[in-house]
Design a protein around this ligand. Structure first.
Ligand code: ADP
Ligand code: MG
Length: 213
């Protein structure tokens, strides 16, 4: 049972994520129309296209940190709105944690997710329960850590992380938004799934689909 994750798998992860965003673009926009300004699907789709082009260009990249830093810069410069810079800092911080080389351990991957989440929270000041992407990412990070420490395989650990992200995403339906545009609605934001939690779930689900063995 190998518990390593390679650069090639990470490239597949983010290409898969770009495909998922494209498929779910209308859903993300519909969710943002209910409690925001109906641009999350368009914003993410724009980022996905730039990310895909960048990955296909980056054929001579041999280091996971360089790869993820390039992804971070691409997302920061191409995704408008609140979510773009937040996904950007996630990958920027994760790239530092990964370091050079074309393979990392599952333990380091779990650490990358952890520090990436922390940087999103440092930048956006959202806590668990504020109805944001943090509500999908935080349970995933915790599940990934527990499964990794318990000696599970990459496939198993990311599967439970993806399930936790999905549950967290669905839990945003009953939350009142405390951060971002949806917070302007106050209690009227209750009853709607958060768009950023949805795109964040897709990121973890894509990892589960591609980074296992
Ligand atoms: P905007 O709100 O600027 O139109 P988007 O529609 O692209 O940007 O993204 C909205 C999503 O961003 C929200 O659904 C939420 O998950 C996330 N978000 C907004 N503000 C924050 C924050 N401070 N911390 C974490 N996530 C946030
Ligand atoms: Mg929006």
């Amino acid at each position: 049972m190998t518990r390593d994750v390679t650069l090639e798998q990470m490239q597949h992860w983010l290409l898969h994520y770009a495909d998922q965003i494209e498929q779910e673009q209308a859903t993300l926009t519909r969710l943002d129309a209910a409690i925001g300004d109906a641009d999350h699907g368009v914003n993410m789709q724009h980022g996905a296209e730039k990310m895909r082009a960048k990955i296909n260009d980056l054929t001579d990249c041999h280091d996971i940190d360089v790869f993820l830093r390039t992804i971070a810069m691409t997302l920061i410069s191409s995704i408008g709105g609140a979510a773009g810079p937040l996904y950007g800092v996630f990958f920027l911080r994760a790239s530092k944690e990964a370091g050079p080389g074309d393979v990392i351990s599952l333990d380091r991957l779990a650490q990358m997710f952890q520090v990436g989440l922390e940087s999103i929270q440092q930048r956006g000041h959202a806590r668990l329960g504020d109805k944001t992407m943090v509500d999908a990412l935080a349970p995933a990070v915790e599940a990934l850590r527990l499964a990794t420490d318990a000696g599970q395989s990459t496939t198993e650990a990311l599967a439970v992380a993806s399930e936790a992200a999905e549950a967290g995403m669905l839990a945003t339906i009953d939350m009142e938004a405390k951060k971002g545009r949806a917070s302007y609605l106050g209690p009227r934001s209750i009853g709607h799934q958060d768009p950023g939690a949805t795109s964040a779930y897709l990121l973890v689900a894509s990892a589960a689909a591609t980074l296992g063995n």
